[in-house]
Unconditional design. Structure first.
Length: 69
């Protein structure tokens, strides 16, 4: 079974050509980098949202303290 799968894979690569395989690998790498950058952007957005939330909480606490006086 493994030999058959390897033969089919080899025939497919030979039929497609090395250039096509290289192009596919290049596209895959570009997509990987794109996903990695999107994850970084998401993490940064989460941090900004958390910071803003904490700032709003502190502001609300200060307002509450001021209204008690």
């Amino acid at each position: 079974m493994k030999t058959l799968l390897a033969a089919v894979a080899l025939a497919t690569l030979a039929a497609c050509g090395v250039e096509t395989a290289t192009t596919a690998a290049t596209v895959a790498e570009a997509k990987r980098r794109e996903v990695e950058q999107a994850k970084k952007s998401l993490d940064m957005a989460k941090q900004k949202i958390e910071a803003a939330s904490q700032q709003m909480q502190k502001s609300a606490e200060r307002s509450e303290d001021a209204s008690k006086d």
